[in-house]
Ligand binder design. Structure first.
Ligand code: ADP
Ligand code: MG
Length: 539
């Protein structure tokens, strides 16, 4: 990895050097500049030609050499020596070529590292310092302008050395920065690739079917589970539109409001599997948006729920039979009690051993038990074979008024029991008046029965949104928590004379009206809240 980078850098070093030397050589031949000014024009030309030859040698060696760093150092030292030689040959302190020395420092800093930059800078400083010093003391056979003072020489050396180190610092700094940035980029790049692979793995291995489509519904991704569930291979799927695979997506994909919330569309439908026949599919589709919130298509996730549906149907079937069984047992129990006491009374009457007064009482008991039997049976009939609801528009408040009036006149209402109404004006609903009357009658009777020693039943009704809300609140004993879940069951009763069918019937009727019954209860009383839709006759 590092070797590869270094060999690439060496290649560019060699190339740049060729260009540089060629330019220098070319200008020498073409322009003949300095031919007269240079003290040693011939040797200068020779040096340039030697460098050119060396370059060819480097280029050949580059393919064979293994120790790139050493190879780089050799080149850099030769470069630096050659430049100093060039400077010597072209006049020492008066040479035009001292600008090339910082270039050798720079190439050391960029090709290798900061340290190499400083090494070449030091090497240059020593060589250059020696040449200029020796020139000043006239040890070297180099002429110079006699106006140049010792100070000028020293300053020249100082300026050059400063430049070398500055360049070494800058090039080393820049190249290490560059290195770090490119390393970070490479890391990010490979992280992204890993993430992409990871995502693909996840999508492939998720046990739910997943697809994505473009804006027009053409399939782009179709995972393994999708293939299994639909029985359609990916290659075929990728050539289709989504409604070709899920015909129940119709219109192909729901148009979504612009800039609106990401909507989820859930649907169920049937597809025909190549091998397994009809399958029921549960599918959720939502829009796919990019980071700029622009719509890119759709993403869907789906499961085969055929088996689940089958089980659900089986359970429902079983539950139905269990409920019928329980109901029959309850009816038998409810009917057997009054029959037993009826039988008892009649037997005693037959024995003819009772007094006249006793006879009267027994007859009364027999009649009462017969009434009770009759009640149970008619309540049960209302519960078990209800006539279908007939919806008409009527004033609910008026009907409530009537019902409460009748309740107030029943035998069980004593003096210390008050019934208050908190509603006025008409409240029109579309419902089955007969059936709703039965609901409110049952709720009212229960409230009265819950307050044997008096209290208050208050009835409210109001309209909210498209619903009518009717509230029966009593100050009775309340319903114990453990019974709250059972009071709507048929035959659940806590009363000696109760049938346990009142609330069961009420529940069924409210359900028929798509309404709801809520209960809250504590030992200060109980509140039943009935909610029914279709206010103002709106169906
Ligand atoms: P029943 O009135 O014949 O017992 P219901 O179905 O009308 O049958 O009521 C079932 C049971 O729910 C009652 O036996 C009673 O225990 C309880 N219940 C219903 N309404 C009230 C109420 N307002 N206050 C206290 N308990 C109630
Ligand atoms: Mg009741």
């Amino acid at each position: 990895m590092i070797d590869k980078v270094l060999s690439k850098k060496l290649k560019s070093l060699i190339t740049i050097r060729v260009i540089f030397v060629t330019l220098l050589l070319g200008s020498f031949f073409i322009l003949q500049v300095g031919y007269r000014d240079f003290p040693h024009p011939r040797s200068t030309l020779n040096l340039i030609i030697a460098l050119y030859t060396l370059t060819i040698v480097y280029a050949i060696l580059l393919k064979r050499v293994k120790m790139y760093a050493l190879f780089a150092y050799v080149q850099l030292f030769i470069d630096a020596s050659a430049v100093n030689m060039l400077i010597y040959l072209t006049g020492g302190i008066e040479s035009w070529f001292s600008f090339i020395m910082p270039l050798t420092v720079m190439s050391a800093g960029t090709v290798l590292n900061k340290r190499a930059g400083y090494i070449i800078a030091t090497f240059n400083s020593i060589l250059y310092g020696i040449i200029i010093d020796l020139q000043y003391y006239r040890v070297l056979p180099l002429e110079y302008d006699t106006t140049l003072t010792e100070k000028a020489f020293l300053y020249n050396i100082f300026a050059h050395i400063s430049a070398f180190y500055l360049v070494a610092f800058l090039s080393g700094y820049l190249s290490s920065r560059l290195e770090k940035t490119s390393q970070a980029l490479e890391q990010t790049d490979s992280d992204l690739r890993d993430l992409e692979l990871f995502n693909e793995e996840i999508i492939e291995n998720i046990p739910s079917g997943i697809f994505t489509t473009d804006i027009k519904g053409r399939i782009l991704i179709f995972n393994r589970a999708a293939e299994d569930i639909t029985g359609i291979g990916r290659k075929i799927a990728l050539r289709q539109k989504i409604d070709g695979i899920f015909p129940f997506i119709n219109p192909p994909i729901p148009p979504l409001p612009k800039g609106g919330e990401r909507e989820l569309e859930t649907m169920e439908g049937v597809i025909s599997h190549r091998k397994e026949g009809d399958r029921i599919i549960h599918l959720t589709v939502s829009e796919l948006r990019d980071i700029t919130e622009k719509s890119r298509g759709f993403v869907g996730i789906f499961q085969d729920i055929t088996q689940l549906k089958k089980m659900e149907a089986e359970i429902k079937h079983k539950e139905k039979w269990a409920a019928i069984g329980e109901l029959s047992a309850n009816i038998a129990h409810e009917i057997r009690n009054p029959i037993a006491s009826l039988k008892g009374s009649v037997e005693m009457l037959r024995e003819n051993i009772v007094t006249e007064e006793h006879k009267k009482r027994l007859t009364e008991i027999a009649l009462k038990e017969m009434d009770r039997l009759n009640n149970i049976i008619s309540d049960f009939l209302t519960y078990s074979s209800p006539r279908p609801a007939e919806f008409h528009t009527f004033d609910l408040n008026l009907m409530l008024d009537d019902t409460l009036e009748l309740l107030a006149h029943t035998a069980s209402v004593r003096e210390n029991l008050t019934i208050t109404k908190n509603f006025n004006g008409p409240l029109f609903v579309s419902a089955d008046q007969q059936k709703l009357r039965q609901v409110f009658w049952n709720l009212g009777m229960n409230a009265i029965e819950a307050m044997p020693s008096g209290g208050e039943l208050s009835v409210n009704s109001r309209e909210s949104d498209d619903f009518a809300e009717i509230i029966f609140r009593d100050t009775g004993a309340g319903i114990p928590r453990e019974n709250l879940g059972k009071i709507f069951y048929p035959f659940f009763t806590t009363k000696d004379e109760g049938t346990g069918l009142g609330l069961a019937i009420a529940y069924r009727i409210i359900e028929e009206h798509n309404g709801k019954i809520n209960i809250t209860s504590n030992n200060n009383g109980t509140t039943f809240k009935v909610i029914i839709p279709n206010v103002n006759g709106k169906a």
